[in-house]
Design a protein around this ligand. Structure first.
Ligand code: HEC
Length: 159
């Protein structure tokens, strides 16, 4: 009878040991929940270098001013990521696309796009036709400084 008890005891130890061993192989230090958490945080938190680039604007005040103006006036039609089209084209690199003309032309476009189309300005005509003659809202109240701030914000957001 004693031998039987001993055998059962040993069997229990072996099974228990095996289970514990297996568990240890699969998850040596962490539970699966913890592992998932660690993978997730590693993905979502950009490194210190990325954090620095995001924070560094060469002119934070101008950037904020441009951002606020863009949000209220332009973001309904122009994607705020500056890279994808929306109701209107993505604005990344827009200053460069108007480089062949004096900068006042681009300012004039933003204040009243249709006036430039009617004057048959080459860039205005081209972009207007490309966008199936959609009409961009005029913004006659935007000052030169406002437009400079918006274009600055577009540039900083695009890079
Ligand atoms: C109602 C929608 C709408 C709003 C609001 C709007 N746009 Fe546009 N925008 C367009 C469309 C559509 C085009 C394409 C040309 C066209 O069809 O007039 C365009 C074109 C442009 C272009 C020319 C792009 C190029 O590649 O030459 C610039 C610059 C521009 N928009 C700037 C702005 C800015 C800055 C604001 C805010 C102050 C603004 N837009 C607000 C619809 C809009």
């Amino acid at each position: 009878m004693r031998l039987f008890q001993l055998l059962i005891y040993m069997l229990a130890l072996t099974i228990g040991g095996c289970l514990a061993f297996q568990h240890n192989i699969q998850f040596p230090h962490r539970s699966p929940k913890q592992l998932k958490y660690i993978e997730k945080t590693a993905e979502s938190s950009p490194g210190p270098a990325a954090a620095l680039t995001a924070a560094a604007s060469s002119h934070p005040t101008l950037n904020n001013q441009g951002k606020a103006l863009f949000k209220t006036n332009c973001a309904s039609c122009h994607n705020k990521n500056m890279k994808d089209d929306l109701v209107g084209p993505a604005l990344s690199g827009v200053t460069e696309r108007w480089n062949d003309f004096p900068k006042e032309d681009l300012y004039e476009w933003i204040r009243n796009a249709q006036r430039l189309v009617e004057a048959e300005h080459p860039r205005a005509l081209a972009i207007w036709k490309e966008w199936n003659k959609a009409v961009m809202t005029p913004f006659p109240n935007l000052t030169d400084e406002d437009i400079e701030a918006i274009l600055f914000y577009i540039k900083e957001t695009s890079s």
